[in-house]
Ligand binder design. Structure first.
Ligand code: MN
Length: 285
């Protein structure tokens, strides 16, 4: 028994001491993207998923940090939404207690508020950042000191885990407001599950954050989507998406507010669901 416990402890120790492996897993998220290291964080990578455009006036990027790495103090003139997708990290606003943030947490960082974020001491860390672009780029300040990095902290945990294994569920992560005029949700679908045909009056951006799924627009081929794929669905375009037949899927949806909202149409038939899928390639186009 003691021996068994020791082996377990060793196994855990080994896992914890393989930050590169953890980063590699996160790296898979952005197949085909390039990795300019962000300022002041040599052991971090940033991949752009979406450039602000007419559909969504915000940039979307994935950031991944090795353990014990952090960004400098900074602020975003138009604010920023952070959605933690992997690991454990820290977030702190000036004058506030440092927060420990985990996969599933959502941070609404208001315009001009000085803050920093980075990985925990012992964990790699990834998040999706949604940054409204209309007021210019990030404003950088002084580095985060070791004292600040290790200052007293509290757990954040604003969001519950988005899924129970195999079940379909939706978690609303962010309600739209005037600063961030889009809604963010996470939808987890068990293998074989699918949403009906529908259209979104303001269009929608879909990011696969786990597993694999299908996506199809009316009169178009069905696509196989994999973790890290991003789909920009134009306004009022009929489409459906769902989990793959053998793998569960989690979709992050970013939905710009619109008068018309979402209009639900007919169910996706088994025949439609089983149609041949082509692998979706957005990156590297
Ligand atoms: Mn930030």
């Amino acid at each position: 028994m003691i021996k068994h416990t020791l082996i377990c402890a060793l196994a855990l120790g080994l896992a914890a001491s393989s930050p590169r492996a953890a980063a590699q897993d996160a790296y898979d998220f952005y197949r085909g993207a390039t990795f300019p290291p962000p300022r002041d964080a040599p052991a971090a990578w940033l991949a752009e998923l979406h450039k602000a455009d007419d559909l969504l006036g915000a940039n979307i990027a994935v950031a991944t940090f090795l353990p014990n790495t952090r960004l400098a103090w900074h602020n975003h003139p138009a604010g920023q939404i952070l959605i933690i997708t992997d690991g454990v990290g820290y977030y702190q606003e000036q004058g506030q207690t440092r927060q420990i943030v985990r996969r599933g947490d959502v941070i609404k960082c208001l315009p001009g508020v000085q803050h920093w974020h980075g990985a925990a001491v012992e964990s790699a860390f990834s998040y999706i950042a949604i940054s409204p672009a209309q007021k210019g780029p990030t404003v950088w300040a002084q580095p985060v000191t070791d004292e600040e990095y290790r200052s007293p902290a509290r757990d954040r945990r604003t969001a519950k885990p988005a899924r129970k294994s195999g079940a379909s569920s939706q978690a609303k992560l962010l309600a739209a407001d005037t600063t961030f005029p889009f809604e963010v949700s996470s939808t987890s679908l068990g293998r074989g599950a699918r949403l009906p045909w529908h259209k979104d009056g303001g269009g929608q951006i879909l990011i696969v954050t786990d597993g694999a799924g299908y996506f199809q627009e009316r009169e178009q081929q069905k696509h196989l989507l994999r973790k890290g794929d991003i789909v920009e669905n134009a306004r009022d375009t009929e489409h459906w998406y769902g989990a793959a037949s053998e793998i569960d899927a989690t979709f992050l949806t970013i939905t710009p507010v619109s008068e018309a909202g979402t209009k639900w149409l007919t169910k996706v038939t088994d025949e439609e669901y089983r149609a041949n899928a082509t692998i979706y390639v957005k990156h590297g186009e």
